[in-house]
Design a protein around this ligand. Sequence first.
Ligand SMILES: C[S@@+](CC[C@H](N)C(=O)[O-])C[C@H]1O[C@@H](n2cnc3c(N)ncnc32)[C@H](O)[C@@H]1O
Ligand code: SF4
Length: 519
Amino acid sequence: MSTFAGSNSGLVSISAPLQEAFVVDHVDPNAPGPLRSLAERVGRDLVSNSQALTRHGAFERESWTSKAAIALRLLTVRPFSRLRDIAEACRCNYDDAITLVAAINRNREAARYLVKFGGDAPYRRSTIQPIAESGAVRAFLEGTYRYPFTVGIYPAVSCMLSCSFCARARGEQYKSEDVIPGNELFKQLFAEAPRDLPRRFYLSGGLEPLTNPGLAEVVRFAAGFGHRMQLYTNAMMLTSRFLAKNEGLWHLDTLRISMYGADDETAQRTTSRAGVATRVLANARDLVRAKSERGEKLRIGFNHVIQSGQIAHLRKIAEALVSIADQSPDRRGINFLTLRENYAASGEAAISGDERERLRDELIDLQSFFVAEGMKEFEVDLGYGMRGLVEGVETAPVRRVEHTDMLGRGYPQISVVVDLLGDVYLYREAAFIGRVGADRYIIGRLTPELGLAEVLQRYLADSNRFVSPRAGDEIFLDAFDHAVTAFLRQASDDLHFGSNLSGVPVHTGLYHPPANLWR
Ligand SMILES: C[S@@+](CC[C@H](N)C(=O)[O-])C[C@H]1O[C@@H](n2cnc3c(N)ncnc32)[C@H](O)[C@@H]1O
Ligand code: SF4
């Protein structure tokens, strides 16, 4: 029986100095601390010692130092701050803000500090960097065609749960006659897709993918072309019998089970259905046992959405995971846990204030818990906002953009989603069938004659096609879309002003701003 005994619950809390140092309001740029010393370095870089000997020079240096302290604080607390945010916080014009950012980037210590502790850092490491390295950001900025860095395949027909935070339109589903032609379109897509990025495709949806009766065959087919497929599922249907009839699922690279609770009562609060935890945990145990018996390589992971008011439940989730791992030798049959915040949550639904500090303590406990249980290789992925929290820096919930920041032509070189009808969507949660206004974000439909590459090429060639995002359209973005959009807005500032905020090597004048950046 696993417990949290021996862990350091309650002993760790955000230290007062840290807390004060990273609150963005009430910034005193003169307060001593690491940011002030970095700011002083930046001030010295901008106003030399000989200049600082005059009264004007000394004043200038102090003024830059204060601005640098505020800018550094902002860049630490708020992921993907834009030039206007920095200018506003420092009460200066854009030119000064550009000078400031350039000086911060030039100063090795300040730049190094931001790489490690900047509010962007967790987003950049896990999401932005691989996209930029693939060349997709460059293609986006140049407005040229590139097969998307990541493609979501939404093959589901329906869903048997009704999760409180899920944006799916209740009562909406696909028709069973859509399944066979839809699966044929998916197969065609996998056969035609480039194989440069084997983990490009993931199977998820606004519904439950296992409700597609041909899914296992689609997975087997895709794997035959070298695609390392990842499936998101609530695992309600994933019984031993189901697996025996759907052997193709063993060709998945990764199977990620959404855990909506470790006990039926908690799971019911989220999913509105009785008996969910009992069923999902039993299915997961059977799956892990079968994996071990068959010697399969399938990576098995779990996803849990941490919600306000349910932080203590994390312990039960962790204990349930150990009981699942127990179905395999050395508890190695399960590979990772992804913990996510509700990216749709704002206001009271978001985890903030004292509760966020408790969350930090629990997360630290959780990591040591798995090690204590002998599961050293089990990865706990804290996503964007919570990783920084554990590192003692970023305490804000996951970064969300407004509809005014949304890009009316999306970023199809980076990400699109294809549903069972073959419709290609620009934003991930627009592809949840039946959501009002979501069809404005469809850029084309696959047919037996028209593949994804052609749909994208036609779309990119037609600069008159764009959506004017309306208030509320930000609901069509998931956490990935929010992060990518916030980053691309920084990059678009760089393109326009040469501000070098985003780290993308773009120079004003070299590029002609493509229409998609400015709409
Ligand atoms: C939309 S579901 C579709 C696949 C499947 N029905 C499932 O639940 O796994 C994909 C994943 O998104 C997560 N998700 C849905 N809405 C979310 C939200 N508002 N915040 C964070 N994660 C969310 C779900 O928990 C699930 O892990
Ligand atoms: S999160 Fe998944 S299981 Fe829950 S309602 Fe949405 S699609 Fe269904």
